[in-house]
Design a protein around this ligand. Structure first.
Ligand code: ATP
Length: 654
């Protein structure tokens, strides 16, 4: 297979070519499948799959399409029989007027059948048009439902992410397969009719018909195979180009694009990558032109042979002129039907490659879905405990968590601190049941995480992270979405707004809580990072307040965008959410926010370094005490006698 050239931009930006590895995308399989006999053998399975999907989407429309297509096939056969009768009448003996009169019934039949055929074709088009969007919706919802149901680990697995990406093309292909199936059915029925008539006229004409269509079939297969392999090989390249193009217009990148002159820099790289993609397009177009030329030439030779055979049959007296006339029409319409059928089979096959990716994704997603069912989480529980929990990300050698044990009793405030990359966020994901530990145990109310009904467990978790989702919906919905199935008017959310200190934020919005928070839309407003954090806090309050059972609130760096006053208030508010039915787990770098926690756990390199109350840890004089003092010193007055640490200039020797 052709290996695409690597553009300089790819090397510079991404460290090398962005390509799927061949093993993963199963190109060899695709190439094997794309040989003509295998494609034909795969047809019943592909058509079966499409029909099943269509059957699930809209049965009456599917039946309508089937009946009208069979009707059109019958019409084609009747037309040829009528044409044969007309030929016999016209080329028979007698006066021209008598011959014309004798041909008239046949001509009337041809006309009536043409009208019926047009009606049937219209009916089929309207039913297929109704069926296609339904099939696409069905496939899209299957895809989205499967993607939202998988474990977080799958979402973070690069291979699975690629599968999610590739599978998104499957729904549109499933839609197009309906059209291709209908056309293939139409072609098959018309072909059977024509082949039947040709066999009756002279059996030798049938293999000639196949010879005419075979080269075109080969050509279409070859072109499709090249195109699929190319799309699969270049899909990441295309995605990277789109990524660059998106960044150039993205609001979040707009400042650096201008100040750092990233705009012209990335634009150059975009051009470079586009040029290497265009080289591939040119290669494909040239290959296609050559293949189609060869196929057309071979098909033409076969057509010439067919007419030569017919001429020989007429000269030898084995075929009379009327039959030859019908045969010419039959061969022409038959080869057109066969040519179209080959194209349709090929289109079906090409589309099916994408549908197969979609189906493979559904299968894999089902295998990686969060299991349903399991033991219920006790309504009242003593707390959550982690016992020697270990977790390693698939692409890492070092574990992110190594034998971490901690306990979160109901009613308590627990803090987790540690330097960047020490495993805090991973620990929160394990605690929340988003990641399953690879060793050790997590127990909710004494029940092991693996045995629990995870949907029930998620119900008990409120999560507020630093990069919480800023949904492009109204301010009210941004809060209500903390528990989306619970209906609430904007007024019902006022207590959460007040709790989060977001009342002045909402008051400044043009339509209060009904304001749309997405600048891209007309009439929408945007708010600052700190204001968003208050909306996030309100969401968390709404979620915790609407949980009737014992629950755990996990907050990961909730105050990073808040000013010092708002930060102190926010920590107070978060702590106040702890109660007999709720434990609070707080992850932060702000040491001032953790000193009042009941227990502070200090993580270092994925291991638990120490734990205790603030006073105990300060007295121990370990890692926590050092971190606390460093931060406290930042606030101490600047001592002018201190010699500033020299900062190396980038590019200068260290
Ligand atoms: N999705 C991931 N895939 C691979 N490695 C990851 C992933 N997420 C985190 N890691 C790695 O796991 C380790 C712990 O990461 P984690 O995000 O839990 O640290 P953290 O203490 O929350 O860091 P920070 O304070 O910077 O937020 C780090 O070495 C990090 O690079």
């Amino acid at each position: 297979m052709h290996e695409p050239a690597v553009s300089e931009a790819e090397r510079e930006l991404f460290g090398g070519p962005l390509r799927y590895d061949m093993g993963w995308s199963e190109h060899e399989r695709a190439q094997l499948d794309l040989t003509m006999p295998m494609a034909l053998r795969a047809m019943p399975r592909l058509v079966g799959g499409t029909l099943r999907r269509a059957w699930r989407a809209d049965r009456p429309s599917l039946l309508g399409v089937g009946l009208s297509e069979i009707g059109q096939g019958v019409a084609a056969a009747v037309t040829l029989l009528a044409v044969n009768a007309v030929m016999h009448a016209l080329l028979g003996s007698g006066a021209p007027a008598d011959r014309l009169r004798a041909a008239l019934p046949g001509l009337v039949v041809v006309a009536v059948v043409a009208v019926v055929n047009a009606g049937l074709a219209g009916w089929s088009t309207s039913r297929a048009g109704r069926l296609e969007p339904l099939v696409e919706r069905l496939a899209t919802t299957e895809y989205l439902a499967a993607a939202t149901a998988v474990e977080l680990e799958a979402i973070e697995d690069p291979d699975f992410r690629r599968l999610i990406d590739v599978a998104q093309y499957g729904a549109a292909s499933a839609r197009r397969m309906i059209g291709a199936c209908v056309a293939a059915l139409n072609g098959t029925i018309a072909l059977i009719a024509t082949a039947g008539i040709l066999t009756v006229l002279d059996p030798v004409l049938l293999p000639m018909l196949l010879l005419i269509a075979a080269p075109r079939g080969w050509g279409a297969m070859r072109v499709a195979q090249e195109r699929y392999v190319s799309v699969m090989t270049w899909v990441e390249h295309m995605r990277a180009s789109r990524l660059i193009a998106g960044l150039l217009t993205e609001r979040t990148a707009a400042q650096e694009v201008r100040i750092h002159a990233v705009g012209p820099f990335l634009l150059d790289r975009y051009r470079d990558m586009a040029e290497s993609a265009e080289t591939e397009q040119k290669r494909l177009a040239n290959g296609k032109a050559v293949t189609e030329l060869v196929a057309a030439a071979l098909s033409g030779v076969a057509m010439a042979c067919t007419y030569a055979v017919m001429g020989w049959l007429i000269v030898a007296g084995r075929m009379d002129l009327a039959v030859a006339g019908t045969a010419v029409i039959a061969v022409r319409s038959g080869s057109a039907s066969l040519g179209a059928l080959v194209m349709n089979v090929n289109e079906l096959h090409e589309e099916s490659l994408y549908v197969q990716d979609h189906d493979r994704f559904l299968r894999e997603a089902a295998g990686r879905a969060v299991p349903q069912g399991g033991a219920g989480v006790p309504v009242r529980m003593d707390g959550v405990t982690l016992d020697k929990v270990g977790y390693r990300y698939p692409d890492r050698d070092e574990p992110a968590l190594d034998e971490v044990s901690l306990s979160v009793p109901m009613g308590s405030v627990i803090a987790v601190v540690g330097e960047n990359g020490s495993g805090k966020s991973t620990l929160m994901k394990v605690l929340a049941g988003l990641l399953l530990p690879q060793s050790g145990q997590v127990r909710w109310g004494g029940v092991e995480l693996g045995d629990l009904d995870r949907a029930q467990l998620f119900e008990r978790v409120s999560l507020l992270t630093q990069d919480f989702q800023r949904w492009p919906v109204t301010a009210a919905m941004n809060i209500r979405i903390g528990r989306p199935h619970r209906a609430a008017a904007p007024e019902d959310l006022e207590p959460s707004v007040a709790y989060a200190g977001a009342t002045p934020v909402v008051a400044r919005l043009p339509q209060g809580l009904r304001t749309l928070l997405a600048r891209v839309f007309r009439g929408a407003s945007e708010i600052s990072g700190g204001e968003w954090q208050k909306i996030g806090l309100a969401r968390t309050h709404w979620r915790t307040g609407t949980c009737p059972h014992d629950s755990v609130l996990i907050v990961d760096e909730p105050t990073s965008a808040l000013d010092p006053e708002a930060e102190i208030e926010a920590f107070e508010r978060i702590r106040s959410l702890a109660g007999p039915e709720r434990a609070v787990v707080l992850v932060t770098h702000r040491m001032s926010g953790v000193r009042h926690a009941d227990t502070i756990y200090v993580l270092h390199g994925g291991r638990l370094a120490e734990h205790g109350s603030h006073d105990e840890l300060i007295a121990a004089g370990g890692r926590y005490a050092a971190m606390f003092r460093t931060q406290a010193a930042q606030y101490a007055q600047y001592a002018p006698t201190e010699k500033p640490v020299p900062v190396p200039r980038p590019g200068s020797p260290a």
